[in-house]
Design a protein around this ligand. Structure first.
Ligand SMILES: CC(C)(COP(=O)(O)OP(=O)(O)OC[C@H]1O[C@@H](n2cnc3c(N)ncnc32)[C@H](O)[C@@H]1OP(=O)(O)O)[C@@H](O)C(=O)NCCC(=O)NCCS
Length: 400
């Protein structure tokens, strides 16, 4: 029996939730000036709190759409701002917040919830599985050159930050979405704006204009390194390109920015062809792979039915979901789709492992090999690899 109450926060309680969350991740609370912007990153009705009777824990979400393999878009909840006051941890507050949030998601028709985890050990128990990964790479700008045959064409337009916040949402919406990408509602852009205003250096943005209009953009900051302030790094938190020419055009611009020693491109897709674009791929001086989105299939039947499957022998899988037991059951996956089925399952897995399979990042055979999937038919892992495999590497590209 918990000795705290969970309820939805009123708008006038959002700032207290923000202060609490920021404290749990060891940041100062927002100043009045910062709150004017970061307060806009809260979706009304999207934040919950745990009270004992003071606010001791919080979590929030925003509504968006997630693109799944095959291109369909499903209702998604972006979960963020999760924190429990340091003197109230490890007594079930997060579990209560997660339970309340998942029940709410399931009644409001959310198919998939997404989050970025501060630590890998937290969210698996609530059904979230690591579903996309990314890489952060650093380029030695002083020596990096694009290959002479890299695509050309298009124009670059430089925007200041105020103009960027007006223009970038429209450009983002024009970029085709790979599996794992999401729509960016207003609250996400306001979050990025609030984050950029906290930086000591101004944010700049460039838009690439191709033959059919804007087809790519990048945002960047240039800062001196703390230990070597004369060494300048250009940091790229956001870069999207609809075509190879837009990707090359954006990189041609970034490599040409004066007074910069290195470029750090953060949280990029694993298959981005930067090495192929450079004359000397060893000018990529660091390449670090990290976790990106953890997803929670809130409505397993709808999620499985929404995505496309590759060619392969049909497989019957049995899914176990302790927190949302309505998802538990047997599903038949075929190249033509997925639906509930009777009969013996060839593979048994929990909903967390299904989340890892869902967007195509991990192979069923690999998950079976490490014991995360119970195999009842030896041919089934290879069949599931073919069914769940995707043509492009899943990636979201939106950090919240
Ligand atoms: C992570 C955090 C929210 C957990 O809150 P909490 O109220 O202590 O969590 P609970 O007591 O409800 O724990 C639920 C379960 O998660 C486990 N758990 C909690 N924090 C964990 C952590 N950091 N790593 C691994 N397991 C963790 C608990 O052991 C418990 O496991 P069990 O259900 O198997 O017994 C809290 O420690 C916190 O605010 N941390 C700093 C901010 C942060 O990292 N927020 C997450 C942002 S994505």
């Amino acid at each position: 029996m918990s000795d705290f109450e969970i309820r939805t926060l009123r708008t006038d309680e959002h700032r207290a939730a923000s202060d609490l969350f920021r404290d749990t991740v060891h940041f100062h609370p927002a100043t009045d000036a910062e709150w004017e912007h970061s307060g806009r990153a809260f979706q009304p009705g999207g934040a919950i709190g745990a009270f004992d009777p003071e606010l001791i824990g919080t979590a929030r979400f925003f509504d968006a759409e997630l693109t799944v393999p095959g291109g369909a878009r499903v209702p998604m909840a972006g979960v963020t701002g999760v924190g429990v006051r340091a003197d109230r941890t490890r007594r079930g507050v997060l579990r209560a917040l997660m339970t309340a949030q998942l029940e709410d998601f399931s009644t409001r028709g959310v198919v998939c919830a997404n989050l970025l985890a501060s630590e890998a050990g937290i969210y698996g128990r609530f059904g979230y599985g690591l579903a996309t990964r990314n890489r952060t790479y650093r380029v030695d700008r002083t020596r990096a050159r694009l290959r002479p045959d890299a695509p050309t064409g298009g124009e670059i337009e430089l925007l200041d930050a105020d103009r960027a916040w007006e223009v970038l949402p429209g450009v983002y919406d024009r970029i085709g979405r790979r599996p794992g990408m999401m729509s960016r509602p207003e609250v996400v852009w306001r979050l990025y704006e609030a984050q950029s205003r906290r930086r000591s250096q101004p944010m700049k943005a460039v838009v690439h204009h191709g033959p059919d209009g804007p087809d790519g953009f990048a945002t960047y900051f240039v800062e001196g390194l703390e230990a070597y302030p004369w060494t300048k790094e250009l940091e790229v938190p956001d870069l999207f390109a609809a075509t190879p020419a837009a990707f090359a055009g954006l990189w041609r611009f970034l490599l040409g920015v004066d007074l910069v020693d290195r470029i750090v491109a953060e949280e990029r897709p694993l298959d981005e062809p930067i090495e192929l674009l450079l004359e000397d791929h060893r000018r990529l001086i660091e390449n670090r792979i990290g976790d990106e989105h953890w997803i929670r299939l809130v409505d397993v039947p709808k999620a499985l039915a929404a995505r496309e499957y590759g060619p392969g022998e049909p497989v019957v899988v049995e899914v176990a979901d302790v927190m949302l037991p309505g998802n538990s059951g047997t599903y038949r996956i075929t190249p033509d789709g997925a639906e509930r089925a009777d009969g013996p399952a060839a593979l048994r897995l929990d909903v967390t492992t299904l989340a890892m399979l869902y967007l195509g990042t991990w192979k069923a055979s690999a998950l079976a090999g490490v014991g995360r999937i119970e195999v009842r038919d030896a041919a089934a892992p290879a069949a599931a690899d073919a069914l769940f495999g995707t043509r492009s590497v899943p990636w979201c590209g939106s950090h919240f």
